[in-house]
Write a protein that binds this ligand. Structure first.
Ligand code: ADP
Length: 732
């Protein structure tokens, strides 16, 4: 390194003395240093350096390099002592580009460049060239170009290098003024680093300016204005950026240099106070406020860049505020609405770690769980503490299943509450999967205690009803059995009764027959005797014989009645139904009775309606009844009229027999159809009837579906009406 320090280079000053030479070199150095001070670009520094060294070493080739920041390469910026042809030759010779080309920094030169001291390269230009071309060629090249030693000095401060200067001498004996060059290199270093710093500063300033111009926040710098007592009373705008102008509508050109009270006279003292504190204490502040003048919300950050000044960074948060307001209104509405809902409206959050909470719950939480919504906002554990122990597992399982399947949650369960005691709750909710893998439900819980209890009551009543129905069914079954056995008994009794009735009828029939035969003899013989066929009779004999004959007849009548009754009762004969002209039948009956009526000088009329229909019935039985009714009428009518009328009736034909006889008292009307009943008569003629006629008539009527009605007034007569149905119509 030190080998070249005292080398001399032949040059213009070679003839001078050392002292004069040194003085001249120092003067040149001072000029060059001044020139460097005027440089404002690195390129200018390189040029000054190249010119200065070339002046010092007129015969040498001078190369000024720029160094990479990390010293990985060197690039030639200025070259002196080589003309264009030689450039081309050298480039041809070495196959390299000299100006602007980059040379890889050799590790062994790194420290040399950094040190800022000058050194001579051992082996000179041949060595240097040999790095790029074969050595013999390099040496030949060195000889041809007439170059020898190679000196290098870094433009550096020992730690950083900004470039290097290479000096290649053409004569072996040339002296190089090492100290001057080293000193000059240091000047170059300061010049280059100054330029770099200035460039950095300019860049930063530009960047900052750009930032202020383009930032979306408004930025304004102010300085405080003090009153006589030294208290802040106003502030002055120093500068504002475009965003500030846009936000406030205040133009920088109008407000910079003016105070806020000049620009906005309404500004409240509290603002000046607040900013005053920031500017005097240096403690920054941040707040949100509403500007009435601008009808906007602002977020303001204020800090103090230097004492007495403050800067505000302003953001327009009007939109955000409105959104917040809308959200708050929405939230208020939700709370107010849900608080009106019976039960509780909630969101329930289940986290992946198994914990859970009710982020939202309406006021009803107080009723449903006897907790305030706040008490369960971040932890749902208290709520689950109130679920009935017997229902807890079921509720948990339902929640987990709803979360797993993302299916709606429905559950009814009991809770045990401090005030209300045991109650029933029902919850319905819709689940939603959250980003963290947990689940959120939107739901309601309602009080279903009354309904559940009512249901229980219904079930209880139903059970009771079923029991009652069963009891009653059993009772019915039993009484049915009783009824059946009673029926059986009744049927038995009936059978016995029928048997007895038939036996009685048989007996009566037999007896009548046995009685009638001798009775006919008595009546026949007593009649023969009375007619005098067996000789004349005395008056007394005739009277007694008549009595015998009358009694015989009465007895026969009685026996005939009993026989009829027995016949009808034993129902031995079925009625014989065929088409009958009842008008003709009644007329015949009237003719049969007429001699009797005429004997007691009672008028007998038979009146038949026009167009009477023929009806299906048993004509013999109808005749028997009509004959009996006509017989009674003549029997109980001593004067006046007996009328038999035949007319149409809705169910067939009506035959009425009316008389003007004694009539029947109301109390007797029901009884005259009883067997053997005869009205006891004070004022009536002695009745020699049997009391069986009407009884038999009614039974006969029943056997053909007919009925007999009677209307009577004692002393005015009676009307007996037989209504005969037409059996062809099946009416009865
Ligand atoms: P009998 O005529 O043989 O006495 P009935 O059975 O025919 O028996 O009549 C019963 C009673 O009804 C009669 O005894 C009589 O008192 C009363 N009776 C029946 N028909 C008439 C009538 N047309 N007018 C008044 N009384 C009557």
């Amino acid at each position: 390194m030190g080998s070249g320090r005292t080398k001399r280079i032949d040059g213009p000053a070679s003839a001078m003395g050392d002292a004069a030479r040194a003085a001249m070199e120092n003067a040149m150095l001072a000029d060059a240093a001044l020139a460097l001070l005027r440089c404002d670009t690195a390129e200018a520094v390189y040029a000054v350096a190249a010119d200065f060294i070339a002046q010092l070493c007129p015969d040498a080739v001078v190369i000024v390099n720029e160094a990479a920041e990390d010293l990985s390469w060197l690039a030639a910026r200025e070259v002196r002592g080589l003309d264009d042809t030689m450039f081309a030759k050298a480039a041809e010779l070495f196959g390299v580009e000299i100006v602007g080309g980059r040379w890889a920094m050799l590790p062994e030169y790194r420290d040399e460049v950094l040190s800022g001291t000058m050194s001579r390269m051992p082996g000179g230009i041949a060595e240097l060239a040999a790095r790029e071309v074969p050595r013999p060629l390099a040496e030949a090249g060195a000889r041809i170009s007439g170059m020898h030693d190679v000196y290098t000095i870094g433009i550096a401060d020992g730690q950083h290098a900004l470039g290097s200067i290479r000096i290649i001498t053409r004569t072996r004996s040339a002296a190089v003024p090492t100290h001057v060059i080293e000193s000059f290199a240091r000047h170059c270093y300061s010049a280059l680093s100054g330029i770099a710093r200035a460039r950095d500063l300019a860049e930063t300033a530009e960047r900052n300016g750009l930032l202020l111009e383009t930032m979306v926040e408004g930025l304004a710098v102010h300085e405080l204005v003090f009153d006589g007592a030294g208290r802040p009373c106003d502030y002055r705008f120093l500068s504002v950026n475009p965003a500030f102008e846009a936000m406030t509508g205040l133009r920088g050109a109008d407000i910079v240099g003016r105070t806020v009270l000049e620009v906005l006279p309404d500004t409240e003292p509290s603002w000046i106070q607040r900013y005053g504190e920031v500017a005097l204490t240096g403690v920054p502040t941040r707040f949100e406020d509403y500007s009435r003048a601008l009808d906007k919300y602002f977020e303001v950050a204020a800090y103090s860049p230097r004492r007495g000044q403050f800067a505000t960074v302003v953001a327009d948060i009007t939109e955000r505020k409105h959104t917040e307001e809308a959200l708050r209104e929405g939230h208020d509405m939700l709370v107010n609405l849900t608080d009106q809902v019976p039960g509780v409206v909630y969101t329930y959050r289940l986290y992946p770690d198994g914990s859970s909470a009710f982020p939202f719950a309406s006021f009803g939480m107080h009723d449903i769980y006897e907790y305030s919504p706040e008490e369960v906002r971040t932890d749902a554990t208290p709520v689950f503490g109130r679920v009935h122990p017997d229902d807890y597992d079921r509720v948990s399982a339902a929640i987990l299943e709803s979360a797993r399947a993302l299916e709606p949650f429905h559950c009814e369960f009991r809770v045990v509450l401090p005030r209300q005691g045991l109650r029933w709750r029902r919850s319905d909710a819709i689940p939603k999967r959250m980003e963290d893998g947990g689940t959120l439900w939107y739901g309601i819980i309602s009080d279903v205690t009354d309904r559940v209890l009512a249901q229980d009551e219904i079930v209880r009543l139903n059970t009771r009803l079923e029991e009652r129905v069963q009891e009653r069914t059993e009772e019915l079954r039993r009484s049915n059995e009783d009824l059946q056995s009673a029926n059986t008994e009744l049927a038995d009794a009936n059978a016995q009764l029928e048997e007895a009735t038939r036996a009685k009828s048989d007996f009566l029939a037999a007896m009548s027959h046995e009685l009638r035969t001798p009775l006919n003899s008595i009546i026949g013989f007593s009649g023969t005797l009375l007619q005098g066929m067996a000789g004349d009779l005395t008056l007394e004999q005739s009277r007694q014989l008549r009595m015998i004959n009358n009694s015989g007849r009465h007895l026969l009548e009685l026996i005939n009645g009993i026989l009829d009754l027995a016949k009808v009762e034993s129902a031995q004969d079925e009625p014989l139904i065929r088409e009958v002209d009842l008008g003709a039948l009644v007329r015949d009956m009237c003719e049969t009775v007429r001699p009797l009526a005429e004997a007691s000088s009672v008028d007998l009329r038979c009146e038949l309606a026009e167009g009477l229909p023929q009806i299906a019935t048993d004509g013999t039985r109808v005749g028997q009844i009509v004959l009996n009714l006509l017989g009674n009428a003549t029997k109980f009518t001593s004067e006046g009229l007996i009328r038999a009328t035949v007319s149409s009736h809705p169910s067939g034909v009506a035959i009425a027999v009316s008389d003007t006889g004694v009539g029947i008292a109301a109390e007797d009307l029901d009884r005259i159809f009883e067997d053997f009943y005869q009205v006891a008569a004070r004022d009536r003629a002695k009745n020699d009837g049997t009391g069986l006629g009407l009884a038999v008539s009614r039974r006969i009527a029943q056997s053909i579906g007919a009925r007999i009605e009677v209307v009577s007034e004692p002393g005015s007569g009676s009307t007996f009406t037989l209504i005969v149905p037409d059996r062809a119509h099946g009416d009865e």
